[in-house]
Write a protein that binds this ligand. Structure first.
Ligand SMILES: [Zn+2]
Ligand SMILES: [Zn+2]
Length: 142
């Protein structure tokens, strides 16, 4: 049985279906939806129902392996591997394309509050605008 380079998360029982879901999340360069995973596993010859995929994703989220990606202006729920390095994404307001941001705009940001008043553990940034394809045709359709 060939597994990916990533170590299997501790405390998670290994099943063929879970492996398939994690493998897809691992390959994805950006957050993907349960429907994307469904399509991907089906394309790989795995017969996993959408409801099973949701169940696996919920379970993996509870275990801290998978995180729901919070994206600006996006209706759909997307998932990504809970990597230790956090990421930001820019979302096109027209086509909802997601573009990975390679740096953190808040890396050197200092909160203007007395430091003992609050301990920051994370942040969420909404970045939105027009992707290259939609830029210029804003106002027109796609
Ligand atoms: Zn766009
Ligand atoms: Zn950041």
């Amino acid at each position: 049985m060939k597994t990916s380079g990533r170590e299997w998360p501790a405390g998670v029982k290994k099943t063929r279906q879970r492996q398939a879901v994690l493998a897809l999340l691992e390959q994805a360069e950006k957050p993907i939806s349960a429907a994307d995973i469904f399509t991907g596993t089906a394309a790989a010859g795995q017969d996993i129902s959408l409801s099973t995929i949701y169940r696996i994703l919920n379970y993996m989220e509870k275990k801290g392996v998978v995180a729901k990606a919070k994206l600006a202006r996006s209706e759909s729920v997307l998932y990504e591997l809970n990597r230790f390095r956090h990421r930001h994404y820019a979302v096109c307001v027209i086509c909802h394309r997601i573009i990975s941001v390679n740096n953190c705009p808040l890396e050197n940001f200092i909160l203007n509050i007395a430091e003992n008043d609050f301990r920051v553990t994370g942040h969420n940034v909404e970045i939105y605008g027009y992707c290259r394809e939609c830029d210029g045709e804003a106002g027109g359709g796609r």
